[in-house]
Design a protein around this ligand. Structure first.
Ligand code: GRF
Length: 223
């Protein structure tokens, strides 16, 4: 067995900052609104963590923009209300974001989680939830921003890539980094095999970073 496969088989990877065994200091239950465009495996990881009491939160609503997205069945499974907001039916990004804000407010959301949300967001959404919007991206930012981040990493020939959870600002895949995980690239990786391994780590840091962000936020508000 090569060192490479040992590393993968033991499922160890580098996550920074580390997620403490006992979790981050508990905040009051977080009211999450999830934005998702596709498969929703990150949605599922959050729902599972809440169910296993690893995350003190409740998913108030899941908003999706692609009719027929797989994430809908995941929301049904977890009894989370879902709302379709199809960006194709809005005049511009701002109008679309205004409707998102309205929906999130109707569902009493505090933290907005972009879990595979394939839309560029505007100041309209950011102003409504200052420092309370979280995104996940399949690269070690600031490398490989934008679409096809996994393909970009393979093409660049880097030997380590990974994933990043960060707070959202108006620039795409920018904003303060909350947590990252490193994933080694193997010689025979395809975009699919590499993305699959990155997603295993995404699910860990997505949950860890939400808890971390919430605990930091509580520190700030109690100081
Ligand atoms: C993830 O790889 C995420 O980093 C990117 O979109 C993908 C969404 O996956 N932004 P899923 O829908 O959560 O399975």
């Amino acid at each position: 067995m090569t060192t490479e496969t040992q590393l993968l088989n033991s499922n160890s990877c580098l996550i920074s900052p580390a997620i403490p065994e006992s979790g981050f200091p508990k905040s009051s239950p977080l009211k999450l609104g999830i934005l998702a465009s596709g498969s929703g495996s990150n949605f599922e990881a959050i729902a599972e963590a809440i169910n296993n009491q690893k995350l003190n939160a409740q998913i108030q609503v899941m908003i999706y923009n692609n009719p027929g997205a797989k994430v809908i069945s995941r929301a049904e499974k977890w009894n989370v209300p879902s709302v379709l907001l199809n960006h194709r039916e809005y005049k511009n990004r701002e109008e679309f974001d205004s409707q998102i804000v309205k929906t999130l407010q109707e569902y009493d959301v505090e933290w907005v989680i972009m879990a595979g949300w394939m839309r560029i967001v505007t100041q309209v959404l950011i102003n409504a939830f200052p420092n309370q919007i979280i995104n996940i991206h399949p690269s070690l930012l600031p490398s490989f921003k934008g679409i096809k981040a996994v393909e970009q990493a393979l093409k660049a020939g880097v030997k380590i890539t990974g994933c990043t959870v960060h707070l959202v600002d108006v620039e795409v895949d920018n904003g303060p980094i909350l947590m990252q995980a490193a994933v080694p690239i193997l010689a025979d990786d395809t975009p699919e095999t590499l993305h699959e391994r990155i997603q295993v780590q995404e699910h860990k840091i997505m949950v860890g970073a939400i808890a971390l962000a919430a605990s930091k936020n509580q520190d700030l508000s109690s100081s």
